[in-house]
Design a protein around this ligand. Structure first.
Ligand SMILES: Nc1ncnc2c1ncn2[C@@H]1O[C@H](COP(=O)(O)OP(=O)(O)OP(=O)(O)O)[C@@H](O)[C@H]1O
Length: 362
């Protein structure tokens, strides 16, 4: 999976920019505010239909413009896809695949596994369980065909029940229909989460942790989102009275978590900021390794400001591990000094970014 060609139009300070990336390593150098992160952000839109910096699409559209467009030609094992995404000021999301309009953004994002590593990625460890669920769900979305559908149906059921919990007069029969559906789908999702954590994926995580943080012994466990000894239907029923008062279902895989501990204590209580970033790097490399081993798919990896809090030997280790999975990398830095090890790489392209324009260094 490689981006052969990328074109970005009307995106932040990028008026119209085209690049032909290297299949392995692409480095974007430029001063603060030159547009380096915006290039990664635009590529991120193809993999997620959203930004990693803002939830307001309007804010990334270039001032005075009505929309932005990102287009990429993707080589997936010699099959070429042409993917396009456009978002307008009126919040429309237009997706095209091989020139044909697609109704579903899922069609687009399933074609292109994209991952991002930024200084904010530490939130995977420091932030709420929602981010760790997203970490698992992203991988399941790409490796398990049934996951996207089950997940969407589960969300729909949850919304229905939460709405009915807020209206006490709702017919009881209808409640029990949705509850049974929710419990069934929730158990399926729990099953997929647990199977993933029992697979070689966990072995990949431990292997990477041994490489990045050999001084610590980690324990990684999955919390399914409700009491251990109950099935989901029993847990929903048990919490029903309290949850109806609060107006939402408080148990289920939407409350699941990945708990990472060292000596019985949550890892973030012990690790330094740099070590937290290494932990995140180890977890993200495991995603790329698993995708590669399970489906022979590789990831487009965006490394924004990799120099922040990772020393050069760890940066190099991170880049090498990702390149070993066949990932295509897009890396930003303010100047070459931040990436003094980069001369070790034969296959790479260097781009200088200035005022939203790029110039390739030959
Ligand atoms: N909607 C917009 N329209 C036009 N310009 C914008 C818009 N939003 C942001 N900008 C500008 O786009 C520029 C690109 O910012 P970007 O974050 O990509 O820079 P960067 O090179 O990654 O900088 P840094 O090294 O400081 O992180 C900034 O100068 C910013 O002020």
């Amino acid at each position: 999976m490689k981006l052969d060609f990328v074109q970005i139009r009307g995106f932040r300070n990028i008026d119209d920019l085209s690049i032909v990336p290297d299949a392995k390593l692409n480095i974007f150098l430029g001063e603060n505010g030159s547009g380096k992160s915006s290039i990664l952000e635009a590529i991120h839109y193809l993999g997620f239909t959203r930004s990693f910096r803002t939830s307001k699409h309007k804010n990334v559209i270039q001032h005075e413009q009505q929309s932005f467009t990102v287009f990429a030609q993707v080589d997936c094992d010699n099959t070429i896809y042409k993917l396009g995404l456009s978002r307008t000021v009126s919040d429309e999301c237009l997706v095209s695949i091989d020139g044909l309009k697609s109704k579903s953004a899922v069609d687009l994002v399933s074609k292109l596994p994209v991952q991002i590593f930024t200084p904010q990625s530490s939130d995977l460890i420091l932030g709420s369980p929602r981010l760790r669920r997203k970490y698992l769900d992203w991988l399941l979305f790409h490796v398990e065909q049934q996951f996207a559908n089950k997940f969407a149906m589960y969300r729909r059921c949850l919304l229905q029940i939460n709405a009915s919990y807020k209206i006490s007069s709702r017919a009881k029969g209808l409640d029990s229909f949705w509850t049974e559906q929710l419990a069934e789908l929730g158990e399926d999702i729990r099953n997929l989460h647990e199977s993933l954590m029992l697979s070689e994926f966990k072995a990949f995580i431990h292997y990477n942790l041994q490489v990045f943080l050999p001084e610590f012994s980690f324990d990684i466990s999955y919390y399914k989102g409700w009491e251990k000894e109950l099935n989901l239907k029993e847990a929903i029923d048990k919490n029903c009275v309290r949850d109806k008062k609060r107006g939402f279902v408080s148990v289920g895989p939407h409350k699941a978590d990945l708990r990472i501990k060292i000596g019985g204590v949550l890892a973030h209580e012990i690790l330094s900021r740099g070590q937290v970033r290494m932990l995140v790097a180890a977890l993200q490399i495991a995603q790329a390794q698993y995708l590669k081993s399970k489906l022979q798919k590789s990831v487009v990896f965006l490394l924004d400001d990799i120099g922040a809090e990772l020393d050069s030997s760890k940066q190099e280790l991170f880049i090498n591990s990702l390149l070993n999975t066949g990932s295509q990398l897009f890396v930003t830095a303010i100047d070459r000094k931040q990436l003094n090890y980069i001369s070790n790489y034969q296959h790479k392209k260097l781009f200088h970014v200035e005022h939203g324009q790029v110039r390739e260094e030959i």
